[in-house]
Ligand binder design. Structure first.
Ligand SMILES: N[C@@H](CCC(=O)N[C@@H](CS)C(=O)NCC(=O)O)C(=O)O
Length: 216
């Protein structure tokens, strides 16, 4: 398996997930800054033109972080980071979806339409006037999550899952790009610090990003 890899939070989530699972991935670097990902031949691998993409041993390509993580989880041995029963898997998928829709996607679009506008303006439909409202939407999602996290170590209670790796990768990146985790969110902040202490957090940083202090 090969990970088509780059800077940014999404590939980092897959790298962190793979480290947690003890999977070593060969990496093919794609230059996101020069938009190599928005041109052939990368578009044949992922028509969305985004990183990461996982090339399977059969030569197929899987994109979208959650699909890649679930694929890696199923293809490897050891404890599952999704769940070992239908109930556990439903819980992890539910939280991954909730944090994606309510926190991560508005946070990412808030960034793309503001700090990231120069990079994204010719790649996506950008709505700069929506940036502040999207950032506020993400913060409102975090406010709600803070209540949920009271008394919980992870999103799914005592179980560290794909949902935690996903949310951590996003929050860590955007915290270094204008959307910090507010300290008054006591439960989210405690969870975030706990995730940041995992060896996989540091080990999954992209070396180019790490060199310039970026968390992705
Ligand atoms: N929903 C996608 C999001 C992927 C994404 O936004 N990737 C970023 C890197 S973190 C990217 O490719 N950005 C460059 C671009 O869109 O041209 C996923 O789950 O993989």
């Amino acid at each position: 398996m090969k990970l088509h890899n780059s800077l940014g939070p999404n590939p980092r989530i897959v790298r962190m997930f793979a480290i947690e699972k003890g999977i070593e991935l060969d990496k093919v670097e794609v230059d996101l800054m020069s938009a190599e990902n928005r041109q052939a031949p990368f578009l044949e691998k992922n028509p969305s033109g985004q990183l990461p993409a996982l090339e399977t041993d059969d030569g197929a390509f899987v994109s979208e972080v959650t699909a890649i993580c679930e694929y890696l989880d199923e293809k490897s041995s050891g404890p599952s980071l999704v769940g070992s029963t239908p109930e556990e898997r439903a819980e992890a998928r539910m939280w991954t979806r909730k944090v994606d829709l309510n926190i991560c996607e508005p946070m990412a679009n808030g960034f793309r339409f503001a700090e990231g506008l120069e990079l994204f303006k010719d790649r996506l439909i950008c709505i700069p006037q929506a940036a502040d409202d999207l950032k506020a939407t993400a913060q409102s999602g975090l406010d709600k999550l803070d209540g949920w996290m009271a008394g919980r170590t992870f999103l799914c209670g005592d179980r560290m899952t794909m949902a935690d790796v996903f949310l951590f990768g996003m929050l860590d990146f955007f915290a270094s790009a204008g959307q910090p985790v507010r300290p008054e969110l006591k439960n989210v902040s405690a969870w975030f610090a706990h995730m940041a202490d995992r060896p996989s957090a540091e080990a999954s940083l992209h070396e180019v990003a790490a060199a310039v202090g970026m968390r992705g």
